[in-house]
Design a binder for this molecule. Structure first.
Ligand SMILES: NC(=O)C1=CN([C@@H]2O[C@H](COP(=O)(O)OP(=O)(O)OC[C@H]3O[C@@H](n4cnc5c(N)ncnc54)[C@H](OP(=O)(O)O)[C@@H]3O)[C@@H](O)[C@H]2O)C=CC1
Ligand SMILES: CC(C)(CO)C(=O)C(=O)O
Length: 315
């Protein structure tokens, strides 16, 4: 693989596009472990240049005082692996952000929740090697250059249009060496499984204006959350996962995991509280539309989608 890499060694050069909760944590862990990591910042650029990047983590706090920080990709070098860690509401900007970072074999890893982000990026970059990443983590950006890692921390990755898994295997090995659990999985299955958590909890914490622990403690809410989980599982199985279906018991597993998780405001609730755009398109609209095109109606999820769209129109 070395001849494909930027610097002709087995060392991957990483570009982090969007250094918030996800980019700051996973990029920060890689940089702390001595990997070659280059971070794109927006509002935090000046602060991080002066003060560095701080991560308060359940597995140990750290501060990176020397960060390869940039405020535009034209000043960055080409990268072997680009971790896209923007909110998917900003994906239209990738058309302009990515080109300076790309060489022939660059892998762009979309670490975002939802369905369809790789498909849309491929339309703008037909020859690009694209992969997806699903982050099982509770993290927030709490202040400029300051990330709080509250729970979990695994990254699942899977190929969308990479010629093989070799670069993804090396990414996982770099992450594991950096203290992050990581695994290469089949992407469609991993994306639908992640939606089993995100669809009920992201939207319901916004609509009910609450946190995960309060929802799960209420019998009516719990029943509704469970119904949506089953709907997501059935939608995935009907549309994409016939050969490797998600068992319905996965809903109980996810409910159990959430019971033992720190009380949490998902990133969509944080966006709502901060009056920012919510990731409704890829988290709700695409799965509902896609399932419908395969003959399955996500009836209760479609109601939640409409509620979220209404709420978005009022903020
Ligand atoms: N937070 C979490 O625990 C989890 C998040 N996810 C998913 O991961 C993805 C990323 O979420 P998260 O990290 O929470 O989001 P954040 O909002 O914390 O981070 C996104 C970052 O991207 C930056 N950004 C946006 N546009 C640009 C731009 N044009 N140029 C440079 N930087 C830019 C923002 O800058 P600025 O700081 O200036 O706003 C921000 O720092 C989402 O799809 C989310 O659903 C998945 C699992 C868990
Ligand atoms: C399910 C959870 C909270 C932790 O795995 C998460 O990954 C998310 O907020 O998207």
């Amino acid at each position: 693989m070395s001849d494909k890499l930027i610097n002709g060694t087995e060392t991957l050069r990483y570009g982090i596009i969007g250094t918030g909760a996800i980019g700051g944590y996973f990029g920060g862990m890689l940089a702390k472990a001595g990997k070659d990591v280059h971070f794109l910042f927006r509002s935090d650029y000046d602060f991080v240049k002066e003060h560095g990047l701080k991560v308060d983590s359940i597995s140990g706090d750290f501060c990176l005082s020397e960060v390869h920080a940039y405020n535009n990709t034209h000043s960055m070098s080409k990268c072997d692996v680009v971790l896209v860690c923007l909110k998917s509401t900003g994906n239209k900007t990738l058309k302009h952000i990515l080109p300076p970072l790309l060489h022939e074999n660059t892998v762009v890893l979309m670490i975002q929740n939802g369905l369809g982000v790789e498909e849309d990026l491929q339309k703008d970059f037909p020859d690009l090697h694209i992969a997806g990443g699903l982050a099982f983590i509770c993290a927030n950006k709490t202040a400029p250059g300051h990330i709080a890692h509250l729970d979990f921390g695994k990254l699942n990755v899977g190929s969308y249009s990479c010629p093989d898994d070799s670069v993804l295997q090396q990414v996982c090995s770099d992450l594991e060496n950096a203290g992050v659990e990581a695994e290469v999985l089949e992407l469609k299955n991993a994306r639908w499984r992640k939606l089993v958590w995100n669809i009920p909890f992201n939207g319901m914490t916004v609509v009910m204006n609450t946190t995960t622990d309060a929802l799960i403690a209420n019998a009516d809410m719990r029943q509704l959350l469970h119904r949506m989980m089953i709907e997501v599982i059935e939608a995935g199985n009907k549309s994409d996962l016939a050969e490797n279906p998600i068992p319905t018991e996965y809903a109980d597993e996810i409910m159990h995991m959430t019971e033992h998780m720190t009380p949490y405001s998902p990133s969509m609730k944080v966006d709502f509280d901060s009056k920012r755009q919510m990731e409704i398109e890829y988290l709700y609209t695409r799965p509902v539309e896609y399932a419908a095109s395969c003959g399955y109606s996500m009836a209760s999820v479609a109601v939640l989608e409409k509620q979220l769209k209404f709420i978005q129109s009022t903020i």
